[in-house]
Structure formats: structure tokens, C-alpha cells
Design a protein around this ligand. Structure first.
Ligand SMILES: *[C@@H]1O[C@H](CO)[C@@H](O)[C@H](O)[C@H]1NC(C)=O
Length: 202
């Protein structure tokens, strides 16, 4: 339904466009997170059965487990995978933009498990009454294997997760534009207090 309506706008506007990635503009991920939409849709699948369609609304419960992510990868290249929420603590007042949900670097090909996890995956945790948040997955092709000092953040910690800026991170490490991306939206449900407790280290 979402893709259909974006596709219709494309036809009406008589411009060349890509209904899969134009949702990035329609939902403001461009310009809030990126300066241009990724060229390709990233395949993000939860629990082997729920594939993320751009802009789809899901529940935090549905995305609590680490998803599988696939992109067209060169086996000898290294990639960076990120998931961020620009709507922290809310889209209306994003003073903690962005919350870093997941960050893995030096991924050989698309073998995410073999990458260097700088921040372990934590699912969506939009606070109560803060409306829909956008959760954006991006993959960048690295120019080479990179060196990252500093400590890693596990899934029991909020440390260094807020006020992250994937655009700055990409510029700093010369990653260029993302080669693929996807995003979903979610608002509060009963999984959020469970995640909050996990992130407080208890
Ligand atoms: C947290 O990370 C550990 C491995 O680092 C993993 O075994 C565990 O399932 C994760 N917990 C959640 C709730 O994702």
C-alpha cells in the first residue's frame, strides 16, 4: 500500500524516481539523517520471516531480536552497518538525535557476524507518548579495513549511544554515501520497559 502510493506520486510527478528509496524523502529520513536516499533497498529480516519494507510500521516486540541484513557485497571488501533512531527522545523534540542502536564495522563481505561490533544491537525502545520513531539501517562500503580504538558498547548499556551522527561518522571514516538502506517506524509497546531495564544494566 505504501509502495503503491509512492509509486503513484512518481507517475503523477512524471519524474524518474525509485519507489523503494523515495520513502526516505517522504518520511524525512532525508534530510534528517542523510543528504540523499541510498540507491538500493537493504534486505532486513527479523526472525527469518518479517522483512522490513521502507516506512512500514512495526512494534518494538517484533524487532527485539537482532535481524539478518543482506546487501550485494564484494567478498574481499569491508562494510559498515548502522542502525540509528533520529527521533530520540521524540520526532517533535529530537534533542538526543541520533540514538545508536547498532554499529558494526569491518564486516567482510556481508558476514555481519565476522565484523567488529562497536555497539551491540538493541531493538526499538520509543518512550511512551512520543509517537512514531524512525529506525534507519544503512550499509557503507569501506575504502579499506579500518582501525577502531575505544571500547565497545554491549546490549546492556546506553553509554555513547545518544547524540550519535551517522553522517559525521561516515565523513570521518571516509565511507562516502551508503550503498543501501532501509527503515521502519515504531511506537511504544509493552516491550519498551523490558528493554529500558536491560539498558540500565540490571
Ligand atoms: C545481548 O548480547 C548477547 C551477546 O553479546 C546475546 O547473547 C544476547 O542474546 C543479547 N540479548 C538481547 C536481549 O539481545
Amino acid at each position: 500500500m505504501l509502495l503503491l502510493s509512492v509509486a503513484m506520486v512518481c507517475v503523477l510527478a512524471a519524474v524518474q524516481c525509485n519507489p523503494e528509496t523515495d520513502a526516505f524523502k517522504w518520511q524525512g529520513v532525508v534530510p534528517d539523517v542523510l543528504s540523499q536516499p541510498p540507491n538500493q533497498m537493504l534486505k532486513v529480516v527479523y526472525d527469518d520471516r518479517m522483512m522490513i519494507m521502507n516506512g512500514a510500521i512495526v512494534t518494538p516486540t517484533q524487532v527485539k531480536n537482532t535481524p539478518t541484513v543482506e546487501w550485494p557485497a564484494e567478498p574481499d571488501s569491508f562494510y559498515t552497518l548502522a542502525m540509528v533512531d533520529p527521533d530520540a527522545p521524540s520526532r517533535a523534540n529530537p534533542k538526543l538525535r541520533e540514538f545508536k542502536h547498532w554499529l558494526v564495522v569491518n564486516i567482510p563481505g556481508n558476514n555481519v557476524a565476522k565484523g567488529d561490533t562497536l555497539a551491540e544491537y538493541v531493538g526499538a525502545g520509543p518512550p511512551k507518548d512520543t509517537g512514531l520513531h524512525r529506525y534507519v539501517f544503512l550499509v557503507y562500503a569501506q575504502p579499506k579495513k579500518l582501525t577502531f580504538s575505544g571500547s565497545r558498547v554491549n546490549n546492556k548499556s546506553r553509554r555513547s549511544r545518544t547524540k550519535f551522527h551517522i553522517r559525521q561518522f561516515a565523513e570521518h571514516h571516509r565511507l562516502g554515501q551508503p550503498i543501501a538502506g532501509a527503515f521502519f517506524m515504531a511506537e511504544y509497546d509493552e516491550y519498551v520497559p523490558i528493554l529500558s531495564k536491560q539498558l540500565s544494566g540490571r
